[in-house]
Design a protein around this ligand. Sequence first.
Ligand code: NAP
Ligand code: ZN
Length: 351
Amino acid sequence: MPQAIGYAAQAADKDLEYFEFERRDPTAEDVEIEIAYCGVCHSDLHQARNEWGGTVFPCVPGHEIVGKVTRVGDKVSKFKVGDTVGVGCMVDACGHCHSCDEGHEQYCENGFVGTYNGEDKHLGGVTFGGYSNRITVKESFVLSVSEGLDLAGVAPLLCAGITTYSPLRHWGVTKGHKVGVVGLGGLGHMAVKLAAAMGAEVVLFTTSPGKVEDGKRLGADHVVISKDEEQMKAWTNQLDFILNTVAAPHDLDAYLSLLRLNGTMCLVGVPAEHHPSPAVFNLIAKRRSLAGSLIGGIAETQEMLDFCAEHGITSDIEMIAMDDINEAYERMLKSDVKYRFVIDMATLKQK
Ligand code: NAP
Ligand code: ZN
């Protein structure tokens, strides 16, 4: 079995540090990938610090992976050595429940296998993620990546991209719609770019006055400072759809009241603590819906990657060295990321 190196949290209150572990040799259906870049998602931080509960340590986070194929199993037909590929948040699912049959592996009724902290059916224990030099993944969970795009900027599409693309598509966002995006972080900045590319009029809601210009550059038609009540009120009953990416508990009513008749606010942010419960009157007054969405299926992830290639969309990134990961987490907590950290895996060295 090939030895792998990476960075792991050994406990919820410990910084990530150098870690050595085993990866499986590719089975007939597997693809082995040398990881070039891995994006840093706020979910990595939530899980490395066990903020959602259920983290098994040591935990090697990372589910925004791009790299090159180094070996393939005998039955692999879609990929060959040297291909540029991606891996997102899932590496397996049951393949036979209703959700899997419909291509929604993320809603697998028997539970999908997470790229990290999932049940490792090959080696036992839990899966280890992309903060590492290599990974072995079942072919059907590997995505094709267009060579034409900046690869480091593609990595965040594997989670931040699909997590925002899927609900925008599900709720039919298109030209003529007014779409709110709450929070300009990793997910939020992808939501702004994607909703704009789908033709919507985009209204960005941010707590950070310093992000107004960036918000417009990224594709927002309007930027609202969400702490300013007057600015918020001006959008009452205006929006068809809101995608809320905020990673902390906050007052949902302030946003629900901005939805027009039959409008929906979809939550994708998963704070460690619950949001205060929204007011029922605010929902019934305009038959508003409050919804949630989880990443996206494999076929839809490929569709998103192809959409991004066609529209020239990648993530705005800050490249970091593997050693910088703990500092990057601290900056993420201060909403100080422009707009996704990506680890350059060439900086991960054997110790
Ligand atoms: P991120 O880069 O840290 O961005 C979150 C943004 O939320 C911040 O940049 C900030 O934007 C805003 N924010 C943070 N704290 C806030 C507060 N106290 N009040 C108001 N706004 C605040 O995080 P991310 O990687 O985009 O992830 C966002 C959330 O989505 C996380 O909880 C993550 O776990 C979750 N997630 C969910 C899925 C899914 O499938 N549903 C997938 C991936 C990630 P401003 O500075 O603009 O206010
Ligand atoms: Zn993620």
